[in-house]
Design a protein around this ligand. Structure first.
Ligand code: CMP
Length: 139
């Protein structure tokens, strides 16, 4: 079994889609091992997306990700990282496959409903970003 991090983003939480997206993830075969509703401050959003700090969309992305509550969760499945990326679809919902979470629920390339880790290494770092060592030990 492997783990990955998903974040249901402010657009989807505000639109009342968190429950639908969680059900979609469970129906796809993921087990939710940890989850919480929280709101990122600017420093937290900048740190989480530091890899994108030189990109032209960085300021807008940080504003969006701090605009309301998000739901980070640690998900478990065989091949969790590639499996989740397939289930959520392409970054831009216009390019996402039919039936993917972003095709069904995302508004735009930025307001795209859900984040997923892109490697096992980043998954471990991103789970550690949101969940304490004590919480991780009980996973
Ligand atoms: P995510 O998978 O969370 O990783 C980085 C985020 O930056 C991405 O989802 C989008 O929300 C956002 N993003 C990526 N590319 C663009 C873009 N070209 N314009 C605006 N936002 C983007």
């Amino acid at each position: 079994m492997n783990r990955t991090l998903a974040i249901i983003k402010p657009d989807a939480v505000a639109a009342g889609k968190a429950g639908k997206i969680l059900a979609h993830l469970e129906d796809a075969g993921f087990t939710v091992r940890a989850a919480r509703l929280t709101r990122l401050n600017r420093a937290q959003a900048e740190a989480f997306y530091a890899v994108h700090s030189e990109r032209p969309f960085f300021e807008s992305l940080v504003s969006f990700m701090t605009s309301g509550p998000v739901m980070p969760m640690a998900l478990e499945a065989d091949g969790a990282v590639p499996k989740l990326r397939k289930v959520i679809g392409a970054t831009d919902p216009a390019e996402a496959d039919e039936g993917t979470i972003r095709k069904l629920h995302a508004e735009s390339k930025e307001r795209n409903a859900i984040h997923a880790s892109d490697s096992d290494e980043n998954a471990a770092q991103e789970i550690a970003f949101f969940f304490s060592e004590a919480e991780r030990l009980s996973l």
